[in-house]
Design a protein around this ligand. Structure first.
Ligand SMILES: Cc1cc2nc3c(=O)[nH]c(=O)nc-3n(C[C@H](O)[C@H](O)[C@H](O)COP(=O)(O)OP(=O)(O)OC[C@H]3O[C@@H](n4cnc5c(N)ncnc54)[C@H](O)[C@@H]3O)c2cc1C
Length: 470
């Protein structure tokens, strides 16, 4: 008997949840609390379970009043307007409002299922009114949800990757999976796909971006490879979103290829200048406060030769931003620093000379848009433009860091996956990053990835359970 046959038949469940992050676990808990048998497939080993969710720090949700960890009210219209601003209107209003309304006081549900919150810390992008921070970060949240799953009797299979689904006439009857002991055919009555985006799949990124994708760093899990997204596309699911859209920030060029997490972000760009490998500046480093601009710098760097940028600051600015996880390169001269970074020193020195000559006296204030701008420089620097003239000089390389991709399965208001003819599949639901494109056409709003996962996760879990009760 083959391995496959040996393990084929004895796995069956009511609700199969594919994924082990925030969206999956909220779906699993919800379905289990409605009395259904629930099985979770998590492709990663237990030690790094929880996908991108384990890297998170906070969730954005609407609430009517301040509490011990949120400093004031945050209501639907403000949240929707914030979303319109970051996406430049590239959202689906019906789905966006569904998420926002569904997030109302969701912290209460999270607390009831083990999450603990804490007040925002310094250096957290001014989010203390709108976003609730997890004590112990995303890892703490994932561990708490697993403990709840254990208590409720949700079964979790680690190192088990769903590979394909058996779907006929709009109904999924089974999923093929690969686990440490062989292949499984898992029979199910309904399924929730919560397996993240496709950013961990370098070949797919290359298809979307071309060879430049080889220089992208993936900030989160390597296990989000889009296997279920692709399988569903092949089964006739409708998709939404541009494959090159996603959350992409500029991170320390020395960060690992995967899983570097939050600490590889660099917040010094507004206080210095950024050049490409030819030693030339290419964008206004002082356009806006960093929290409002950091997410465009990943794409900016991706557009430069070899997808690399070099940020230069001087001694005046070294203490103005959150310390970097890796120490900066340092030199007493601009040329010396350029050389250490592998750049042509003359080119960088010339750029710095031109930049310094275009700065003017004025009052520098990192806490506001101080209007201290360059004059006659292209591109300009419109705030915080002080000359680079005080050694030692410090430098970092910047690379595009992909957080997650937006190409998604279209879902309806029951979180049911929709087919190309616009009818929903009968028992296939989805939540989290694999659905983010329903709300995020471009841009990003801090803490909203967890909102999308929690709201759609709860909805998908409820609908996947109740569709079996009728
Ligand atoms: C460094 C970093 C910091 C972030 N900080 C925040 C933050 O503070 N707030 C916020 O809102 N968002 C943040 N995000 C974004 C956030 O992580 C995601 O939006 C959110 O975690 C998505 O949850 P998810 O459950 O959809 O996906 P994930 O958490 O990525 O979970 C997907 C799961 O599916 C599993 N999986 C994948 N394919 C398969 C398969 N075929 N079979 C079985 N299992 C599979 C993976 O192993 C993983 O467990 C951050 C992301 C990163 C990378």
């Amino acid at each position: 008997m083959s391995k496959k046959q040996a393990t084929l038949d004895h796995i069956s469940t009511d609700v199969l949840v594919i994924g082990g992050g925030n969206a999956a676990l909220t779906a699993a808990i919800t379905a289990r609390e409605l009395g259904l048998k629930v099985l979770v497939l998590e492709s990663s080993p237990i030690e790094v379970r929880g996908g991108n969710s384990r890297h998170t720090r906070n969730i954005r949700y609407i609430h009517d009043a301040a509490n011990s960890f949120l400093t004031g009210p945050y209501l639907e219209e403000e949240c929707y307007n914030d979303l319109l601003m970051v996406t430049k209107g590239n959202t689906t209003e019906k789905m966006a409002r569904l998420v926002i309304r569904g997030s109302h006081n969701v912290g209460d549900w999270m607390t009831a299922h083990g999450c603990r919150f804490q007040p925002a810390m310094r250096g957290t992008l001014h989010l203390s009114r709108t976003n609730a921070f997890f004590r112990g970060g995303g890892k703490g949240l994932i561990n708490a949800y697993h403990e709840t799953c254990r208590r409720l009797g949700v079964q979790v299979m680690y190192e088990t990757e769903a590979l394909d689904l058996e779907v006929a006439n709009g109904t999924c009857t089974a999923v093929h999976a690969q686990g440490p002991k062989g292949e499984y055919l898992i029979r199910l009555r309904s399924v929730v796909l919560a397996s993240g985006g496709y950013q961990g799949n370098r070949a797919w990124l290359r298809e979307a971006w071309g060879p430049t994708a080889d220089n992208f760093l993936i900030r989160g899990t390597p296990y989000d490879k889009g296997v279920m997204l692709k399988a569903m596309m092949e089964k006739g699911a409708k998709t939404i979103g541009d494959p090159t859209q996603g959350h992409c920030v500029a991170i320390d060029g020395r960060a690992p290829k995967f899983d570097g997490g939050i600490c590889t972000r660099l917040d010094c760009v507004p206080f210095g200048i950024v050049v490409n490998k030819d030693g030339r500046r290419f964008y206004n480093e002082g356009e806006e406060f960093w929290p409002k601009r950091y997410a465009i710098w990943g794409r900016l760097v991706a557009g430069q030769p070899d997808q690399i940028g070099y940020v230069f600051i001087d001694a005046k600015s070294i203490n103005l931003f959150m310390p970097s996880v890796f120490p900066p390169l340092e030199s007493d001269t601009v040329g010396g620093l350029a050389e250490q970074m592998g750049l042509e020193p003359n080119a960088v020195e010339e750029t710095v000379r031109a930049f310094n000559a275009s700065t003017k006296p004025g009052s520098f204030n990192p806490g506001e848009l101080d209007g201290l701008a360059t004059e006659g420089l292209d591109p300009p620097k419109t705030n915080w433009a002080r000359p680079l003239d005080t050694p030692p000089y410090y430098g970092y390389t910047l690379r595009p860091g992909i957080t997650f991709t937006y190409l998604s399965l279209v879902i309806n208001e029951q979180a049911r996956v929709v087919q190309q003819d616009d009818t929903p599949f009968n028992n296939i639901f989805a939540a989290g990053e694999i659905t983010s494109g329903n709300v995020l056409g471009q841009g990003y709003m801090a803490g909203f990835g967890m909102t999308i996962g929690t709201v759609f996760g709860r909805l998908a879990g409820k609908e996947a359970a109740t569709c079996l009760m009728n």
